[in-house]
Design a protein around this ligand. Structure first.
Ligand SMILES: [Zn+2]
Length: 708
């Protein structure tokens, strides 16, 4: 492997069809920002690019809903996203947008280059067409049941439940999302990227080459796609919103959004270097020497020189595009580098439930800023502390409050405040002399060094939770040191000892400012101010950062407690918003005389605990003869397999049940139904219209797992 000289970091282009919530931030932008800030601080060459993704079918769909044009919509959300990121301190070197001319040209040039190299196949195929609206139904204009996981609302390009990428013709029972009609098939020509031709290379690069350095979730997903066999993917669409296909016989066709969006990373880089070449001097990070004295053409070094390390930070729903399709595009041109790592995060839930803007179960950036002015770092801190790095994680307002009050205020804020207040009280704000250090100080210095090494190593391996914990360990060590040595007591008896202890306390504060900066940059800035110290003067390998006699500024608190009523307000708001949404959603059903069933009489906990609820997987399913409503299922409970007869045949086909995880009442007495002994009952939700929904675990669970 070649030695890397520079690092190009990208964060997933957010889709400009609405505001983004804290789950998006935790997924891609915050970890990327921490990583980049750290590299900048240690003097590495690095750039950080991002921008708004403004094409694809979801833009016109959402614009129609909001009663505005597609252009108005992308302008509105591009501005909102850009300002949200800035406010949270996500320090991109460039935040571009895919509606820019430069991007259209870049994407078209890449398409043409691949076309001329014969990398596409042309295929006339039957595609779904909405007769009422006289339009082909690409991607999100069509939905239906996922052939892999049977999710009912899978889109024509991807199932959001299982993450599999799809073609519209894969969907079971497809429906037009424009008219709600069943579509017809109509012939149309498109350009396909035959991914199967790249299997050999992908196996060598990804399956063999990144077995050990990629996260298991990312590697596992990618490998299973490659192992399952790749097939041609259409890179063009019949649509009027997007980048025109730059060929003569392509009237009415645009590039597939997942073809053009990742190229957005390249055009953002080009835009950055173009501005720098024209003399732009304002950078997100002014000390970044990487960006000094460059020419517009230098962008190519960052994408085409194999001494550049390319990293894509994304959420897990984008893995296939960043690990297979985009690398296949880059590689096939023969000029571009491919990613060295794709540290994708899992999802962040909210109060135990999946976060969703459309269901109003989310905390949007704007809402947070309004509710907690000046507390950007608290959000950065909490989202890093609970980051969904290896599995889905949960954000709760109570935990947010606890982490602020018991960690930021009590550990970090308290340590800094003690040091600053005592320095003013004992020494009129001046750093005392290091009179007589003892073994205690040697141990302290060793612990600080250990924390610093651990932070750096964890960041390098994309373990930001661990890294943050080690940063807090510096403050913990400082607090313990002060508590063990009690300078507020020794000041009356032992001036030399007091001076030594306070000298060391102040050095730790200076170290904290530098090491906290990637995680909580606004607080770091405050602390630099408080210490009257500057980041550029930090000496990486030295313990002493503040010389004796150096004068610090007046103490001020870095963090404040968050009170219960503020947290309760957030919980109430969330509940209200989602309840209102739920009422909006069921209103039509309520009009058609459906109503909720009345609540049954109260039971005790003992009554409840008599029920043995278990998770199981359906192994086999078949219809029961002469019984329209019944399915006979064989269910694997981990410890045994059982037969259960269930009255769900009108809502579920046997095929759609196989492989599904379900919840069953496992200790229900056996009974004979149509001559078959049924051992247990499947849990179902019954909608107001009488339709049934499976009550299944949100994520894959162990068979036989108890439910309580
Ligand atoms: Zn699916």
């Amino acid at each position: 492997m070649s030695e890397f000289k520079r690092t190009l970091v990208t964060a997933a282009l957010p889709y400009a069809n609405g505001p983004k919530h804290i789950g998006h931030i935790a997924g891609a932008y915050l970890p990327a920002d921490i990583y980049v800030r750290f590299l900048r601080n240690i003097g590495k060459e690095v750039i950080f690019v991002c921008g708004s993704d403004e094409h694809g079918t979801a833009i016109p769909i959402q614009a129609k809903k909001e009663g505005i044009t597609s252009q108005q919509m992308i302008d509105k959300y591009h501005a909102l996203l850009k300002s949200n990121f800035e406010q949270l301190g996500i320090a991109f070197d460039v935040y571009h947008r895919t509606s820019e001319k430069l991007h259209h040209e870049t994407a078209q040039a890449m398409f043409l280059e691949m076309y001329e190299k014969g990398l596409f196949t042309e295929e006339v195929s039957e595609q779904y067409y909405d007769e009422e609206n006289q339009t082909f139904l690409a991607d999100r204009y069509i939905k239906g049941t996922c052939p892999n996981c049977s999710y009912d609302n899978a889109f024509g390009d991807q199932c959001e439940k299982c993450g599999n990428s799809l073609n519209p013709t894969d969907l079971i029972n497809p429906v037009s999302t424009i008219s709600g009609n069943k579509p017809i098939l109509k012939a149309t020509k498109h350009w396909y990227l035959p991914l199967q031709n790249q299997e050999e290379w992908l196996k060598e690069w990804l399956v063999e080459g990144h077995k050990h350095d990629w996260k298991t979730n990312v590697y596992g997903q990618s490998k299973s796609w490659i192992d399952g066999g790749l097939s041609p993917r259409a890179m063009t669409r019949d649509l009027d919103w997007g980048i025109k296909v730059p060929l003569k016989d392509a009237e009415g066709k645009v590039l597939y959004v997942w073809f053009d969006a990742p190229i957005g990373y390249i055009s953002a880089t080009k835009a950055l270097f173009k501005e720098l070449g024209e003399g732009k001097t304002e950078f997100a990070y002014p000390q970044n020497t990487t960006l000094k004295n460059v020419k517009a053409d230098d962008w190519a070094t960052w994408w085409q020189d194999d001494t550049t390390r390319l990293l894509h930070f994304i959420g897990k729903d984008n893995i296939v595009f960043h690990c297979i399709i985009f690398p296949a595009m880059l590689h096939s041109t023969g000029q571009y580098i491919v990613p060295d790592n794709v540290p994708a995060n899992e999802f962040l839930n909210l109060e135990g439930d999946k976060m969703s803007t459309s269901r109003k179960w989310s905390v949007e950036m704007e809402d947070y800023f309004n509710a907690f002015p000046g507390k950007e770092d608290v959000l950065r801190y909490v989202l890093t502390a609970i980051a969904p790095e290896t599995k889905d994680a949960d954000f709760s307002w109570k935990d947010f409050q606890t982490r602020n009050n018991s960690e930021l205020v009590s550990i970090l804020g308290n340590f800094i405040n003690r040091v600053a207040v005592l320095t003013h009280k004992f020494y009129e704000g001046k750093v005392p002399a290091n009179v007589a250090p003892t073994e205690k100080e040697t141990d302290l210095i060793a612990e600080i060094k250990r924390c610093q090494t651990a932070i750096a190593e964890n960041i390098e391996h994309f373990k930001f939770r661990e890294a943050l914990f080690e940063m807090m360990n510096i403050a913990r060590a400082g607090n313990k040191y002060l508590a063990d040595n009690e300078p507020w007591k020794t000041v009356k008896t032992d001036q030399a000892r007091t001076d030594t202890v306070m000298f060391h306390g102040l050095q730790i504060a200076a170290h904290l400012a530098w090491w906290m900066e990637p995680f909580i940059p606004y607080t770091a800035q405050k602390l630099y101010g408080l210490l009257n110290f500057e980041k550029v003067n930090y000496q990486f390998d030295a313990f002493v950062q503040l010389q004796s006699g150096h004068e610090i500024s007046q103490p001020s608190l870095l963090f404040q407690n968050i009170e219960d009523d503020i947290i309760q307000l957030q919980l109430d708001n969330l509940k209200q918003k989602s309840e209102k949404k739920a009422i909006d959603n069921i209103a039509p059903a309520a009009n058609s005389e459906a109503s909720l069933e009345p609540l049954k009489p109260q039971i005790t906990f003992d009554d409840f605990s008599k029920m043995d609820l278990r998770v199981g997987t359906v192994l086999e399913a078949e219809k029961v003869e002469k019984a329209d409503k019944l399915l006979k299922l064989k269910v694997d409970l981990g410890f045994e397999q059982r037969t259960i007869v269930s009255g769900i045949a009108l809502d579920f086909t046997p095929e759609s049940m196989i492989g599904k995880q379900i919840t069953i009442l496992a200790n229900l007495a056996p009974r004979k139904i149509k001559g078959i002994e049924s051992n247990g009952m499947i849990l179902m939700g019954k909608n107001l219209d009488g339709s049934l929904k499976l009550i299944a675990p949100n994520e894959l669970a162990d068979n036989g797992a108890t439910v309580a």
